[in-house]
Design a protein around this ligand. Sequence first.
Ligand SMILES: Nc1ncnc2c1ncn2[C@@H]1O[C@H](COP(=O)(O)OP(=O)(O)OP(=O)(O)O)[C@@H](O)[C@H]1O
Ligand SMILES: [Mg+2]
Length: 333
Amino acid sequence: LIMRIGICYDTKEDYGYESDNLNYTDFVSLQTVASIREALENIGHDVTYINAKNLINFIEKENEQIDFIFNLVEGIRSRNRVALVPAYLEFRGIKHSGSDTFATAIAQNKHFTKLLLRNLGINTPEGFVYECLTDSVIREAISLGFPLVIKPNSEGGGMGVVMVNNIDEFIYHSRYLIKKFNFELLCEKYIKGKELTVPIIGNGKESQALGVVAIVNKDYSDIDLYDAKKKYENNVIGILDFPCPDHIKEEIKNISLNIHKYIGINDYSRMDYRMDENGNLYFLEANLLPFLNREGSFEVCFKKIGKCYQDVIERIINSSLRRYSRSYSGFTL
Ligand SMILES: Nc1ncnc2c1ncn2[C@@H]1O[C@H](COP(=O)(O)OP(=O)(O)OP(=O)(O)O)[C@@H](O)[C@H]1O
Ligand SMILES: [Mg+2]
């Protein structure tokens, strides 16, 4: 089936930020947009770019001529930011890749996601949310015990993530981040250990966890913190062969699939974890628009089974279409 596909995306430049501004790192890179386009064209689709700013205009004018939107829009400065384009597309009855408003809005709030997942018995770092620095917040931080991590509760791309070692650093960075992001912060116990991530493709019962990828420094040592700077510098590698028994890896894949199905995530996602030195696993967050960059975790897993980047994109599109063939809104359990 050959389709006319619009790749819809936004960049930080669209919102007036310089390309090297590390406070806004959640957007897809133009390089990745081009890689996705190339993959879709090689599959045979007719592809057009749609900047998020022009989406409504484009749809109202050319609705008839577009079959499918590959949605990569992150939005800005709102807890709903990633959920807005899916809402519009569903309202207009337009098929698109990725999750709907409901799942997106849940996952965009790291704290609520953790609360929900505790229901499934999933282990998460102890922590709390706050939007200003009161005495009770300071007491709470001290009683959790340092080191702690603070991060904006509804951002991504490692934006604003910092480790703090004492109460002075906690106060200093909290002040800065509250001002910068103008939204609540999440404070968590710092989990020292391995950085793990699990890419998933599919819907409901057909979902598949592709593998457990460890993100490590180029010398295979553990990374302290996968923050925006590290993500930007791209000095890390994703590896599948790291010391961890196979049955544990299978268990981590199963936990990830359960999360994907429980939140009702569409088509693809990536679950982030830390594993401490005693092998305790801590869920950090669910990414519903994970980067689909070349050499990223999806491609790493596909290469391992003799497949390539184009296969990743094809599998995502096919999952999406199968979902719409089963229901109008494209939601399936
Ligand atoms: N409690 C924690 N303990 C240790 N490290 C943490 C903790 N929380 C976050 N980190 C580090 O910060 C990184 C980014 O945190 P997280 O995944 O929660 O935010 P994000 O900005 O949404 O990430 P992404 O880039 O995946 O969108 C993690 O990958 C991890 O390296
Ligand atoms: Mg993450």
